[in-house]
Design a protein around this ligand. Structure first.
Ligand SMILES: Nc1nc2c(c(=O)[nH]1)N[C@H]1C(S)=C(S)[C@@H](COP(=O)(O)O)O[C@H]1N2
Ligand SMILES: [Mo]
Length: 320
C-alpha cells in the first residue's frame, strides 16, 4: 500500500476551493459506506478498501523491443497499478486500483467520427489488425510533479489514423473516454465526464505517440486505461486519455477536459516544460515514484530531440 505524502495532497489537481468541496463530499460518501459496511448492509466487495495492485493479465504475443525505449529502470507493477489518476473511479491515487475492476473491456469498439472516410464503429480486433506490438519504456510525467518510468506495450497511433482515412480538413483529433455510471463509481463530481482530450494532427502522427494496450508484456490493467489508452511521452499525464471509446477528426482544437475545468491552469498543449510553472506549484522538479530525492524536470520530458521541431516558432509560455 502506498502512503500518501503531504506534497501529493498539496500539489494535487483537486485542491482549488470548488474541487476541495467536492472532495469533502467524497469523504462524506466514504464515511457513509464505512457505516453501511459496519451495519452489514453492503456486499463483501465493498469491504476491499485498500490499494490493490492489478491482477496479472493475459500475456501479449510477439511483442518487439523498440529503439524509442528509455534505458531507465521501470517502476514496479505495484506502483504503476496503484498510483493512478482515473477520476471516473475516484480522485485519490489508489481509488482506481480499488474501483476499476468492474469496468467491462470485452467486447470493445471505438466510434470513428468526423473528417474521415471510415466513419463507424471499429471493434478492438480491427484496431489491432496488422499491428506489431512493441515494448515502449517511456518516462511519464504528471502535471502534479510526480513521474514514473512505464513499460507500455503499444503501437503507433499513426497506424490507426491511416486506417480511418482522414480528410484534408482533419487538423486535430478529439478523443473521448468511455463513460457509464454503472461501471464507473464516479464518486465525485470533481470534473465533467466523459473525459476528453485532443492532439494536433502532426503530434498524433508522431512516431513516439502510441496507443497502449499492454503493460509489462501483459494486457493493460483497467486502472491504467484498458483496453486502449493514449501515450504521448513528452506531454503531461493528463493528455494520456484512458479507455478510449471515440476518436473524432476535427478542424479546430478540441476543448480538453482540464482546460475546460480551469483554462488558466491547463492548456491544450501540455508539453512538459520546467520553465513554465503551474499557477499553484513549480514544474522545475519532479518526484519519481519510489525515489526519495527530487529530480530536475527535463524540457519535453527528455524527448526534445525528437519533438521540439513540432513547436518551432511557437511561444511555449503562451501555448502551455
Ligand atoms: N479518462 C481519464 N483519463 C485520464 C485521467 C482521468 O482522470 N480520466 N487522468 C489523466 C492524468 S491526470 C494522468 S497523470 C494519467 C495517469 O495515467 P496512469 O494512471 O496510467 O499513470 O491519466 C490521464 N488520463
Ligand atoms: Mo496528471
Amino acid at each position: 500500500m502506498l502512503i500518501k505524502r503531504a506534497a501529493d495532497i498539496r500539489s494535487s489537481e483537486i485542491t482549488d476551493k470548488k474541487l476541495y468541496l467536492n472532495r469533502r463530499e467524497f469523504i462524506g460518501a466514504a464515511a457513509a459506506t464505512t457505516a453501511a459496511v459496519a451495519a452489514g448492509m453492503v456486499g463483501s466487495e465493498s469491504l476491499v478498501q485498500a490499494a490493490t495492485p492489478a491482477p496479472h493479465g493475459r500475456k501479449l504475443e510477439n511483442v518487439k523491443p523498440s529503439t524509442f525505449s528509455t534505458d531507465e529502470k521501470p517502476n514496479k507493477w505495484e506502483e504503476i497499478t496503484t498510483y493512478n489518476n482515473y477520476y471516473e473511479f475516484g480522485i485519490d491515487k489508489d481509488s482506481p486500483s480499488m474501483f476499476a475492476r468492474n469496468l467491462k473491456t470485452e467486447p470493445w469498439t471505438v466510434a470513428i467520427d468526423g473528417e474521415c472516410a471510415k466513419k463507424g464503429n471499429m471493434p478492438l480486433e480491427d484496431v489491432l489488425k496488422g499491428e506489431t506490438l512493441e515494448d515502449r519504456i517511456y518516462r511519464h510525467r504528471c502535471v502534479e510533479a510526480w513521474s514514473m518510468v512505464i513499460p507500455w506495450v503499444g503501437f503507433p497511433l499513426a497506424n490507426l489514423i491511416k486506417k480511418c482515412e482522414p480528410t484534408s480538413k482533419a487538423k486535430f483529433i478529439e478523443f473521448t473516454t468511455f463513460f457509464d455510471t454503472k461501471q464507473m463509481s464516479a464518486r465525485t463530481s470533481a470534473i465533467r465526464y466523459p473525459y476528453v482530450e485532443g492532439l494536433r494532427m502532426d503530434e498524433a502522427m508522431h512516431p513516439l505517440t502510441i496507443i497502449a494496450v499492454g503493460l509489462y508484456g501483459e494486457v493493460i490493467p483497467n486502472q491504467d486505461g484498458a483496453p486502449m489508452r493514449l501515450v504521448v511521452p513528452w506531454k503531461y499525464g493528463f493528455k494520456h486519455i484512458k479507455s478510449i471509446a471515440k476518436i473524432k477528426f476535427v478542424e479546430k482544437a478540441p476543448l480538453n477536459t482540464w482546460q475546460d475545468q480551469a483554462a488558466n491552469e491547463y492548456g491544450f498543449y501540455a508539453n512538459v516544460n520546467p520553465s513554465v510553472d503551474h499557477p499553484r506549484w513549480s514544474q522545475a522538479t519532479e518526484r519519481r515514484i519510489g525515489e526519495f530525492l527530487r529530480r530536475k524536470t527535463i524540457m519535453f520530458n527528455g524527448y526534445g530531440d525528437q519533438v521540439a521541431s513540432l513547436y518551432t516558432g511557437m511561444d511555449l509560455k503562451r501555448n502551455y
